[in-house]
Design a protein around this ligand. Structure first.
Ligand code: IPM
Ligand code: MG
Length: 401
């Protein structure tokens, strides 16, 4: 009997049990949080690491300014949650310290700054990413990442599966022997169905006649194959929405194709592909610093920048030049999610004006550009300008002329 193989089999047995339990949990969770029915909505603000606290502070200020009336009345409660720092996480050797997790679970929605993810061979012990842990812990299954570039006719909405795929067991692979390492890839029926359904729902509700399902099902036949099969099933419930399947490699190329890329609208894809392609998409939009995203679950939701904590910027003394747009976009998505649809729309228009159209201030991440505080002030001033809507429409018309 080979002891290494027996140990690996035992480990695999535990992995299976854990995933079977998750399937059961998913099947039994059925109701979404209804924010309109709550007396008070608690928003947790977690600064994170590196540039996180710098850019979160600006997003928080904008949120507080735009929701002032309801904060004053007590309908909105803002709760700052400290402690989700890499130092604290390493101290307790957990991706999220217990007390922080309790505070997070006491909120309805969370605005989260980037957190440092330890990597193999890096300066920190190799604990699981706080992002990945939070997504699993709060079952935030849908990572929704918009990318919009009016100038190029690009209007993309990515629905990235957020709790399965290569990430489900990303910290629980096995080194079977010194020569053999195995990771696990997971796709479940309820897990695939819920994200695909959300993407189709979004398309249907917004009158978008196109969902693209992205996999590598020609090679990763079992899990990606399942994802694609389920998409075909779900699509039958949305006869008004056309859909097609693309492989991730050619999809990555086609996002750079000026003729083809405008055709893509809503994309739904397994975790790792979604991770990679949304960075590419954000770069086309103007850099990862411009992109925010939502992590939606039935009970909780979390809103964040799509990028990391940029420790290099902090080490080089440039943190104050970090672009807060990503976190401000996340704040806008948060407002939209909890029912402040008009506020969110105004903030989106201001973001478009400041970063795509007018560009009175430009962020470069360095002292030759604007700093985050001035840029956030520029955005808020634009939000508050009485002719916001006319200006936005004017720019959009000019663009399409
Ligand atoms: C993201 C990030 C995370 C991910 C990292 C920080 C673990 O890249 O939100 O896209 O891989 O999901
Ligand atoms: Mg990423």
């Amino acid at each position: 009997m080979n002891v290494d193989i027996e140990k690996a089999k035992e480990h695999f047995g535990k992995v299976l049990e854990k995933q079977m339990k998750r399937v059961e949990d998913m099947k039994s969770s059925t109701s979404w949080t209804d924010y309109s029915a709550l007396d008070a909505i608690k928003i947790g603000i977690c600064g994170g690491d590196g540039i996180g606290p710098f850019i979160s502070e600006h997003a928080q200020a904008i949120l507080e300014a735009m929701l002032k009336e309801d904060i004053d009345s007590g309908r909105i409660q803002i709760k700052v949650i400290d402690g989700l720092t890499i130092e604290n996480r390493v101290r307790v050797m957990k991706p999220i310290p217990d007390d922080v997790l309790m505070e997070l679970k006491d909120c309805h929605v969370i605005l989260k700054g980037p957190t440092t993810t330890p990597e193999k061979g890096g300066p920190w012990p190799n604990i699981e990413s706080a992002n990945v842990a939070m997504r699993k812990e709060l079952d935030l299954f849908a990572n929704v990442r918009p990318v919009k570039i009016p100038e190029l006719g690009v209007d993309w909405m990515f629905y990235r599966e957020n709790t399965e795929g290569a990430y489900a067991m990303g910290s629980e692979g096995v080194n079977v022997t010194a020569d053999l390492a195995i990771d696990f890839m997971v796709a479940t029926t309820p897990g695939s169905e819920r994200i695909i359904r959300l993407a189709f729902d979004y398309a249907a509700k917004n009158g978008i006649n196109k969902v693209t399902v992205v996999t590598k099902a020609n090679v990763i036949k079992t899990t990606d194959g399942k994802f694609l099969d389920i998409a075909a099933e779900v699509a039958k419930d949305y006869p008004q929405v056309k859909w097609d399947g693309w492989y991730i490699d050619i999809m990555t190329a086609k996002l750079l194709d000026p003729y083809r890329r405008k055709d893509f609208r809503v994309m739904v894809l397994p975790n790792l592909y979604g991770d990679i392609i949304t960075d590419e998409a954000a770069q086309i939009q103007g850099g990862v610093g411009t992109a925010g995203g939502a992590n939606i679950g039935m009970r909780y939701s979390m809103f964040e920048a799509i990028h990391g904590s940029a420790p290099r910027m902090v080490a080089e003394g440039r943190a104050q030049y970090a672009d807060p747009s990503s976190m401000i976009k996340a704040a806008s998505m948060l407002m939209n999610h909890i029912g402040y649809v008009e506020e969110s729309r105004r903030l989106d228009m201001a973001l478009d004006i400041c970063s795509q159209f007018e560009k009175r201030l430009v962020m470069t991440g360095r002292p030759d550009g604007a700093d985050g505080a001035s840029y956030a002030a520029y955005i808020l001033e634009t939000v508050n300008s009485p002719d916001l809507e006319e200006r936005w429409i004017g720019y959009v018309n000019k663009m399409s002329a």
